[in-house]
Structure formats: C-alpha cells, structure tokens
Design a protein around this ligand. Structure first.
Ligand code: GAR
Length: 198
C-alpha cells in the first residue's frame, strides 16, 4: 500500500477528491494533509475524513524558504509518504526540496500545460481566444509548472465565458483527473492519461 501526503493552501477540493478516491482496492491511502496556513479550509475537511493534518505556516519564516522547507520535510519524515501530491499548494518550492522528491511528487495545474504556467490561467486562456482549456497533472521538477505530463482533461470554452465560469468547469475536470492519475501513478503507470470532455 502506497502512502500519500497532500499539500494544500486553500479550500482543498482537489485534496477531498484524492482522499475520497483512496478506498477499497485502491493501491494508496492518505497519511497526511499539510497546509501552509491554519486558515486553509481544507484542513477541516481532512480532519472530518480522519486524515492526520499538519500546519506549517510560511509567514514566520519571513522568506527563508530553506527553513520553511526543513519544517515541511520534518513533517514528511514523520508521515513517511511514498507519494507527495500538491493540490492547490501556492508556495513555490526550491530546487533542493523538489529534487529530493522528484519522481514521487505530483501537481495539478489549471491549464493545458505547457500553456499558461503560473497564475490567472483562466483569464489568460480567454484573452488568447482559446477554444479549449483544461487542467494538467504532472510530475514536479525544479522548473515551475513543468515536468513530465501524466494527464490532461479538456473543457470547451463557451461564448460569454468569464474566468470564474471557466474555472468552475475546469475544477470539475480536476476532480476527475487527479484521482485517476494518482491511482495509475500508485500502480506504477506513468503513461499520459487524456480525459475527453463530456
Ligand atoms: C485548483 O484549481 C488548482 O488547480 C490550482 O488551485 C486550485 C485549488 O483548489 N492550483 C494552482 O493554481 C497551482 N499553481 P482546491 O484548493 O479547491 O483544490
């Protein structure tokens, strides 16, 4: 059985979709949900599901990313995960941390990478006049929102779409894609998964 830790910063809807998927004959189980703020709404959802939680607030570290990551690493050593999933974790990790977890760390990003790395992905897709948009699960490498792509799900951009409306439809696909990719990854399958739109 693979042990999975999940890092979050906010509401944690992707974390919930991952945790809820790891039941029955699933080859993995959640062992830790960690947030970089005690205000992260996802913490309560993890607790309600009986998953151990931890908070490492980045603010007292005042930009000392190495010290922040030493604290993250200490929690990871305790939980001993095999796989680390970033799920809306909004802190950039240093190359040193990433290299330590490379091959074992996944991220979900709300765009069809390599398009629109970074923030405001939905607004940027609309501004560009894209007809398709979506989300990507990839292995984390030191370059931001880079690394081998493990899965993508697309949505159609609709006439009159706003960033919020588009984000909501992409988020629905995130909740399908991330659990499907995690399951395959835990089984040792790293082939790219393409989920077609409904
Ligand atoms: C998700 O849309 C995720 O793809 C995005 O943040 C949201 C978190 O929502 N992640 C990034 O933008 C990472 N750069 P959630 O907390 O409800 O899962």
């Amino acid at each position: 059985m693979k042990r999975v830790a999940i890092f979050i910063s906010g509401g944690g809807s992707n974390m919930v979709s991952l945790v809820d998927s790891m039941t029955g004959d699933h080859p993995a189980r959640p062992v830790l949900v960690l947030a970089n703020s005690a205000d992260a709404g996802g913490l309560e959802k993890a607790r309600a599901r009986g998953v151990p939680t931890a908070v490492i607030d980045h603010r007292p570290f005042k930009g000392d990313r190495e010290a922040f990551e030493e604290a993250l690493q200490a929690e990871l050593v305790k939980a001993a995960p095999d796989i680390l999933c970033l799920a809306g974790f909004m802190r950039v990790l240093t190359a040193g941390f990433v290299e330590n977890w490379q091959g074992r760390m996944l991220n979900i990003h709300p765009s069809l990478l390599p398009k629109y790395r970074g923030l405001h992905t939905h607004a940027r897709a609309l501004e560009a006049g894209d007809r398709e948009h979506g989300c990507t699960v990839h292995e984390v490498t030191p370059e931001l929102d880079d690394g081998p792509i493990l899965g993508q799900a697309t949505v159609r951009v609709l006439p009159g779409d706003t960033p919020d409306a588009l984000a909501a439809r992409v988020l629905e696909q995130e909740h399908r894609l991330y659990p499907a990719v995690l399951r395959r990854f835990a089984e040792g399958n790293r082939e790219m998964l393409r989920l077609t739109r409904d």
